[in-house]
Structures are given as C-alpha cells and as structure tokens.
Design a binder for this molecule. Structure first.
Ligand SMILES: [Cu+2]
Length: 540
C-alpha cells in the first residue's frame, strides 16, 4: 500500500531550449582567439547539475573556467567560476558540472586562458522543470519494508509502554495489563495510520502542485486564420491565464519579435518562416502567403526580456488562397520567390504587407519535380534537392545518423550554373535549419553557431558589457553572426563556414525516428529553402 511512499519521488529539472524535446545547447565558434566547440547538457533534477563539455582544438590551453549566472541574480549574485577539468586521455576536451539552483534563464560563461590571451563565451541555458522522476522499484521496496518495520516497531513500543513496562520487575502481567497493552497498540495503530494517510495526502497535494504549476510545458496558443480584403491573416494569441498571468514582454531575436514556422500536415508538404507583428501584448498578426490549403502545425519562437526563450505551439486551418492572391504573390513563377524585391512589390498591392524576411516553400511547386535525391550528384552518399530558382542544395553528410551523437549537418548551395553559390546572411546568419521529428516530439531551430536563442545570448552579452573582455571583437557581432551585406564578411567570423556555399549546423538528434529538415540560405537576394527527410537510428 505504501509503495507510493513517494516522499522521495524527485522532481527533475531539465533545462529545455526554445525548442521542443531538444534541451541540449550546442555551440561551435570563436571565444577570443580560440575556436571552441561546447555542449551543455542540462540537469535531470532540480536543483541539479548541468554537464558542460568544452573542446578547444589546436594548441593546448592553460585553463578553462565555467560560471553559471542566474539572470535574476546577475553576475554579482554568482559564485566564483569553476575550473573545468581536462578529461582523462584527452588533450583538448574540458569538462565541468555546474549546479543550476533555480528554474529560469541562466547563462553559462566559459573562459579560456592560454597563449592567445583570454577568450570568453556566454551561452544561454534555460533551466526549467519538464519532468518528474519515478522512484526505482528496488528503492521503493526497501523504503516500504523499512516503513513497515518502523510502523510495527512503534506499535510494539506503545504496547510495551502501557503494558509490561508498568509492572514491577519479575511480576507476571495480569489479563488487565495485557489488555491495556493491546488497547495502547490499537490506539497507536490508529494514530499512526492517520499520520501515514495525512502524509500521503500532503504528498499528493505537493506532487499535483508541482506537476500543474512548476513543470514547464510549451505554452499552447491559439492560431486563427481570417480573411480581410481577400488576404488571409493569421493571428497568434497568447492566453496569459494558461500560465498564471506570467507573460513577460518579449525581446527581438534576429531583429524580429517572433519567428513563426508553419509546417503542413501531410503530403505534399509546405513550410513557411514568417515574422508576425505585435498587435497587443498578447496578440501577433501576420499575412499568409498563398500556401496550399490544409491543416498546419504552428511553432512560434520567442525570447522574453529576462532571456528566457521558448517555443509556442498551435495548429491552424489555412483556407485556400484566391487566384488573385496567387498571381500577386507568385507572378508568373510556379514556385515561391522570397526576396526583398518581391516583398516591396507586394507591399504596394496588399492591405497587410509581409515582412521582407518572410519565406515559404511548397513541395511539387514545379510539376514533376518533387524533392528528389541524387539527381544531380554522382556521390551516392550525398543528397541533392531543388531549393527553388534553379538552385540546388546538397546535404553533404546525410548519414548514418544516430540519436544523441554529436553531428555537424553540412549543406552546400549550388547556383543554377552548378557552381557553389555565394551565401548572403539571412536574418544575420548564413543559414537557418528547422528540424522536426515526424510526430512533433522534437522541434528545433538551429543556426551555424548552435541551437540557442541569439537574442538570449545578446541579452547576456550586453548585460555584461564593460565588465568583461569583449566577446566579439570590435564589430559588435556575435560569434558566427555575419555582417550585412555579403561583401563585408569578416574572415574571423567565418568559422562555421567552409568554402563558399557551405554551411554547417552543430546538432545531435535527441531521439531516433523519422525527421524532416528545412535548410534556409540566401543568395543573390533570394531566400532558398532545401527540404530533406532523414531517419535517425537508435543507439544499439
Ligand atoms: Cu525568423
């Protein structure tokens, strides 16, 4: 009965990302003069230990330190930094475990000291409870046995106190004495049973409170399409009551308050990456391109002003677009053209114009040319797809993929002349990739530098301005972030970029299964999206 002696059932606190089911933070880029690859694995229990691994390739460095900073306490409230230990048998891999004490937005400061001076890197980590941990069976049996022993022991003691202990040594207990002892035992049994029952009740209340209020859940929002002057407009609405009134103001990420991703349910697929404008504190609105009608999964990436980043989810029913709208958006083209020029043309014709950085994609846009593999490449290990506008995208290392294995997903854009295309920054980055497990259990928006919210990183970097060595050199750009326009690409920021046209994303698929990946790049002013399907194998 007391297998639910669940006082020890522990709450776990997984630091989730602004992603779903993909809590680890990956970083690949520069910290001062050092190239760094870092992975932060958030803890399993709250408060809990975050595991931090830092690899610094090249010549050995002197020291690597790590420091967690809780956004609400600031640097002043932070403990002294911990020294990361060189992992046995490795020459450049450092490891440390850091306590994350509270749920909320943290940043982890990684400092590298060596022959090239000091390099500091700040990575945001969300610390939040997303799970509870069941007690193991063996542990439960041991605790239950101990509890029964205590219970019986307490009864015996009660019986002894009121029974035999009152007798003179050597005297035999009378019938009355025995009955008094038994009565005391019964009374103690009732009192103890009530205590156990009360304890269980108390725990259930604690447990329910934790599950209902402390556990982080992606905040469901509503997404509703309406039609105004022939245009379909999608409204994203947050109900603050769903989260006990806590809806703090947002800060822009890549210059946008919200990055909205629409994924069509079923085949043919369609995808949009849009940027809704704020209508009120809890309402965002965006004009819809003429996407194929149907049911869509909606993901909205937002960053709060305390650096906390999250993904809001919904589904939306998108009605068929009118012929007028189709011809306005598409012109004579059979496939979407996403560029500033098209956005400007639309702005003069539409009642609610789209954002210049909005982009979208449809499968089978050009009849007879669905997503195709290996039509253009002789290497069977590579996968090639149409990216629109005559461009092709090659996935250079598509497999084999294994869950939880660190991988760099590497892609190359080919111009219509089959030469590597010159990539331009799209929303400040050379590439964006959206990874989604077919069942929606994993959704992540990743960049060449890593998986975290750039706005959250910027927030922590700015918060420390003046107090710390500069993180990014004189340009004020974050590692891996590119300056616009393309002509000004800085040599020292091209760490995530190989040859022209190449872009790679550090990532590890958190779960095996079928995935779809949308890779977005920009060349000659046009946003080009390649769509790839991938199967991720389980660890054997
Ligand atoms: Cu965006």
């Amino acid at each position: 009965m007391r297998t639910r002696l669940a006082f020890f059932v522990f709450a776990s606190c997984l630091a989730a990302e602004a992603h779903i089911g993909s809590p680890n933070v990956f970083f690949e880029g520069k910290a001062g003069g050092y190239f760094v690859r870092a992975v932060i694995r958030p803890p399993q229990v709250v408060p809990g230990l975050a595991e931090i691994n830092v690899r610094v390739p090249g010549e050995p460095v002197k020291r690597v330190t790590v420091l967690p900073v809780f956004s609400r306490a600031g640097r002043e409230g932070a403990p002294p930094p911990d020294e990361a230990k060189l992992v046995r048998g490795e020459i450049n891999l450092y490891s440390a475990a850091l306590w994350l004490m509270k749920p909320g937005a943290y940043s982890v400061e990684i400092t590298i000291e060596g022959s090239r001076g000091r390099g500091t890197l700040v990575l945001p980590v969300n610390s939040m409870a997303t799970n509870t941990r069941p007690m193991s069976r063996g542990y439960g049996i041991i605790l239950s046995a101990l509890a029964i022993l205590l219970f019986v022991g307490a009864l015996k003691i009660a019986g002894a106190i009121f029974g035999e202990s009152r007798l003179v040594p050597g005297a035999r207990p009378t019938k009355k004495d025995r009955w008094r002892g038994r009565g005391a035992m019964a009374l103690a049994g009732v009192v103890l049973a009530l205590l156990v029952f009360g304890g269980k009740k108390w725990w259930d209340i604690e447990d329910a409170n934790y599950r209902n209020n402390a556990l982080y859940k992606p905040l469901p929002v509503s997404a509703q399409a309406r039609t105004e002057r022939d245009q379909h407009i999608l409204t994203i609405k947050v109900d603050p009551a769903d989260r006990r009134g806590e809806w703090t103001p947002l800060i822009p990420d890549h210059g946008k308050m919200m990055h909205l991703f629409l994924v069509r349910d079923g085949e043919p697929g369609a995808f949009a990456h849009l940027h809704p404008a704020r209508r009120s504190a809890v309402e965002y609105e965006v004009p819809l391109p003429p996407l194929p009608a149907g049911s869509y999964y909606v993901y909205a990436d937002v960053t709060h002003e305390d650096g906390f980043a999250e993904t809001l989810t919904a589904t939306a029913e998108i009605p068929p677009a009118s012929l007028t709208m189709k011809s306005l958006w598409l012109g004579n083209s059979a496939e979407p053209i996403c560029s500033v020029a098209v956005a400007q043309r639309l702005a003069t014709n539409l009642f609610l114009p789209p954002d210049a950085d909005d982009s979208w994609q449809m499968d089978n846009a050009v009849p007879g040319s669905p997503r195709q593999w290996n039509n253009y490449s002789n290497d069977p290990a590579q996968r090639v797809v149409d990216a629109g506008g005559g461009y092709k995208m090659i996935w250079e290392n598509p497999g084999p993929l294994i869950e939880n294995n660190d991988a760099s997903l590497r892609f190359r854009l080919l111009a219509p002349d089959n030469q590597s295309a010159l990539l331009e920054p799209y929303l400040g980055m050379l590439g964006h990739a959206v990874v989604r497990r077919q069942d929606g259990a994993v959704f992540a928006h990743i960049h060449p530098v890593g998986t975290f919210s750039m706005a959250a990183q910027k927030f922590f970097v700015n918060g420390m301005a003046g107090k710390r060595p500069t993180l990014t050199g004189q340009s004020g750009l974050l590692p891996g972030e590119q300056q616009s326009p393309a002509g000004q690409l800085h040599g020292n920021h091209t760490n995530s970029v190989g040859a022209a046209g190449d872009v790679s994303f550090p990532y590890a698929f958190p779960k095996s299964g079928p995935y779809r990946i949308w890779v977005q790049t920009k060349s000659e002013g046009r946003i080009l999206t390649g769509v790839f399907d991938a199967d991720v194998a389980a660890v054997k």
